[in-house]
Design a protein around this ligand. Structure first.
Ligand SMILES: Nc1ncnc2c1ncn2[C@@H]1O[C@H](COP(=O)(O)O)[C@@H](OP(=O)(O)O)[C@H]1O
Ligand SMILES: [Mg+2]
Length: 259
């Protein structure tokens, strides 16, 4: 099994346990907690079996700083959009499995290009409620823009002000959705044209979806236009823009800090 096949298998394994828990008796917070834990176990077991020497950074496990000197680090969010998952009848939640690899010659703290000496290389994002797993290879093909106003995906529970600025700059409309993975994949799958977030997030919330979005040819960056850096010591990665490349200049002009 190569890396992308492993990422997809891990996302599928997590999707299976999450879907099966959702048809059981647990509801609300108990369902969210059970889902987080079961999806973490499913992914961790596959990674440990097939890549025992790789490091892992997961929302649901202690952060082992050995990852900072490792050559290969899986960045995992076993269940992104926990609120939407536990709502029971929503489809906007996701499973994130990404691989970060050190560039040849890249050192910890390397300041060249990406500040961590490496970057995301492979990923799978599971959209269990849709029965889909979207991967970096084969790269997804973004459908053409449909007629109608441009659509900016935004957190349904904490919509940042900059998302409104982006929608205004595009003469577009806001589409409130849960899960950073689902919103990024909404742009990949042509349900939205941009996704703008600010105010807080961690590396695992965006790593796998951003890798898939990059593979699909979409623009991905921080609000200030700088690259999204993964496997940094601090897991906090608080803002991002994912959009069709032809919209990037207009979106960034509207959301840049101080704009
Ligand atoms: N201000 C913030 N601080 C920390 N995490 C945030 C955040 N805003 C969003 N997130 C995280 O990003 C993911 C998507 O959020 P949203 O659905 O609001 O867009 C969620 O991940 P989890 O569901 O894995 O916790 C959420 O917890
Ligand atoms: Mg998350």
């Amino acid at each position: 099994m190569n890396d992308v096949e492993l990422a997809a298998a891990a996302a599928r394994a997590a999707a299976d346990v999450l879907l099966s828990l959702r048809t059981g008796t647990a509801t609300g917070t108990a369902l969210g907690d059970a889902g987080d834990a079961a999806a973490q176990r499913a992914i961790a077991a596959l990674l440990a079996e097939h890549r025992p020497d790789d490091a892992v950074l997961s929302e649901e496990a202690a952060d082992d700083h050995a990852r900072l000197t490792a050559d290969r680090v899986w960045i995992v969010d076993p269940l992104d959009g926990t609120k939407e998952y536990r709502a029971g009848d929503r489809h906007d939640w996701a499973v994130h499995v990404a691989l970060w690899e050190r560039r040849s010659g890249g050192r910890a703290g390397d300041a060249v290009g990406d500040a961590t000496g490496g970057d995301l290389t492979v990923a799978a994002v599971g959209l269990p409620a849709l029965g889909e797993v979207v991967v970096t290879d084969p790269a997804p093909v973004v459908p053409p823009v449909p007629d109608g106003p441009l659509r900016v995906a935004v957190s349904r529970s904490r919509a940042p002000e900059v998302s409104r600025a982006a929608a205004a700059a595009l003469d577009g409309v806001l589409v409130p959705l849960g899960s950073a993975g689902y919103k990024t994949l909404a742009v990949v799958r042509g349900e939205a044209d941009a996704y703008v977030h600010a105010g807080g997030m961690h590396q695992w919330d965006s790593a796998a979806p951003v890798a898939v979005a990059r593979a699909a040819g979409l623009h991905t960056s921080r609000l200030d236009g700088s690259p999204l850096v993964y496997n940094a010591a601090d897991t906090w990665l608080p803002d991002l823009v994912v959009c069709r490349p032809e919209l990037a200049a207009r979106v960034l002009a509207a959301v840049r800090p101080g704009a």
